[in-house]
Design a protein around this ligand. Structure first.
Ligand code: APR
Length: 246
């Protein structure tokens, strides 16, 4: 891929990179996206599987669905896109702010990760908030109970209609305000408040680069859009950096 001189110049000047990622970066690892052609939400109703009300109405069904997704995540590997981001830490201060719950950035070796929508490999008790990691559960199709208070255990993911938890969003905003280049990778960028992150980066003067297989609602905000698969484009950017020794 030919990269334009302005982008190469920005890479040379930059000290800190922010990667705002979505389901598209994990598509080449075999994990479905949500809204693309074969997106999950084209086949399944999020209100029946990914909401608090759905869990209260049918906890076993929701638990079983997340166990099914977790098994897929565990049977896949990070792809060259994830690894390239981790490798760029050798040349820049790199922050990853992801909407993904698949833990693949961490498995690829990235160290500064904010998980805006939680993680499918973590669970907690809805009553006493005790945390459980996923190996602790035997049943795939029956929602487990807390060993401490017998409360319902739920996956530590942010469901539709729920607020983001912890400091992931404020930390993500901080990285957005400080980054020199913000890469918007594999996301439709329509789910808020997550989608404020790249807008904040742009507002604070970052050079914004979109990487996607097709245009999105965010494309008009980007300084540069690179069309193609992130698992192919990100390794090329890494080679560019290595060859230019930045
Ligand atoms: N490389 C780059 N981009 C890709 C690739 C790929 N190999 N494959 C798909 N894409 C792009 C699609 O074109 C689409 O724009 O990735 C994007 C995926 O968008 P969505 O399916 O909407 O996923 P995402 O933006 O992560 O969704 C945000 O919505 O359902 C909720 O909580 C869930 O975190 C998720 C949030």
């Amino acid at each position: 891929m030919e990269f334009n001189p302005e982008f190469i110049e920005q890479l040379k000047k930059a000290k800190s990179l922010l990667f705002f990622t979505g389901a598209g970066i994990s598509a080449e690892s075999g994990i479905s996206t949500f809204r693309g052609k074969d997106g999950l939400w084209n086949k399944l109703k999020p209100e029946e599987l990914a909401s608090f009300d759905a869990f209260m109405k049918n906890p076993d069904l929701v638990w079983e669905w997340y166990q099914y997704r977790k098994d897929i995540v565990e049977s896949t590997e990070p792809n060259p896109g994830h690894f390239a981001i981790a490798e760029l830490e050798k040349y820049y201060n790199v922050n990853v702010v992801t909407q993904n719950v698949d833990n693949l950035h961490a498995r690829a070796g990235s160290t500064n990760i904010e998980e805006l929508h939680g993680s499918i490999v973590r669970n907690f008790c809805m009553d006493c908030n005790a945390f459980y990691n996923h190996q602790e559960f035997e049943f795939k199709n029956k929602v487990p109970r807390c060993k401490k208070c017998n409360g319902l255990i739920r996956p530590d993911v942010v469901w539709f209609g729920e607020s983001l938890r912890g400091n992931a969003f404020p930390n993500g905003e901080k990285s957005a305000k400080q980054c020199d280049i913000c890469f918007v990778v594999g996301t439709s960028a329509i789910v808020y408040p997550a989608a404020y992150i790249p807008l904040t980066a742009k507002q604070y003067g970052a050079y914004v680069v979109e990487i996607n297989i097709e245009p999105t609602e965010f494309s008009s905000q980007a300084n540069l859009s690179l069309w193609g698969k992130s698992g192919e484009i990100l390794p090329e950017i890494l080679s560019l950096v290595i060859s230019g020794k930045k």
